[in-house]
Design a protein. Sequence first.
Length: 385
Amino acid sequence: MAIISSKQPAANAEQPPKEKKKKSPKSVPQPANPTQLASVVEPEILQAETNNPEEKIQEESLRPSSLQEYIGQKDLKGVLDIAIQAAKVRQESLDHLLLYGPPGLGKTTLALILATEMGVNCKITAAPALQGPRDILGILMRLQPGDILFIDEIHRLPRITEEILYPAMEDFRLDITQGKEATAKIRSIPLPKFTLVGATTKVGSLTSPLRDRFGLVQKLRFYEVDELTLIVQRTAEILHTAITPEGAAEIARRARGTPRIANRLLKRVRDYAQVKACDLIDAEIASTAMEIYNVDPLGLDWVDRLLLTTMAEQFNGGPVGLEALAASTGEDRQTIESVYEPYLLQIGYLHRTPRGRVVTAAARKHLGLKGANDGGEQLSLLEKG
């Protein structure tokens, strides 16, 4: 079938078109077996590009490049420092590492730091992108000795992909099945020794065979205000933004114990300061900017306050089920459970009971609400009955 370009209309429709040699597109060579297939296609997740190179460079510059620059997680840093030094003495790759904890605490940053400290490359991907065997095979067969493979949200790995990782992690080999049924053969391909760093927010969702193959399993905790203050000051210096220690502390208190949120709030305060022509961000400027963005001194946004107020006023403080709370507020059930609840539980504004969620007295005091606390009235009525 002839293809006519829309940029070159025919001058005379009655004249037969001149024959032109068709340039056949360059085709990817077809592999003879699945092992060659893995080496032909590079997963797109490793080739992602940004529309703004300057923004990408700025975002990457915010990440510390060494354990010495990394702020917070003192115990974890000590464990990793010992592992790095021991691996260097033995001239081996690091043991496989599983990092778990809430999002935004620095799991990806730690993987990049490990690669820098060991002097190797770090391949970054996410479990949802590894849907088929070809995706993971293409990555594993391109690894160099000692390289680090970072898989984010590793608990979402498909079953078939996870099973390919078992021999790769334990024996550094790939088991490829060639042929079908009676003619099927299993071919083992050796892999260079590498380090798999897995990150997850739901460590309980990992299967036991996968979790047991990690030599190090470490949890990232929420950050203290003083640690976040140092992070805000460091980020402000990188962004060429003048800020006082009091202004940094004001932002840090509202960051919910998470560096990612602290950096995000700092950028919003910087926007406000530039629009208002303020050369220096102090506590007053930071506080005023946060009020515009509906972030209170404890880091609660309007959704947090909506959840607590709904429970206190419509359900008399609780207990209330998650489904009822989601329907009353219009928020997604999973979003409430994974995004908002952890911080409210951490600061003691919410309790989980077998009968449902309960608002605490501290939450009522913070919101200026009166009434029953912790579901006390309902429980006392049940006890009297």
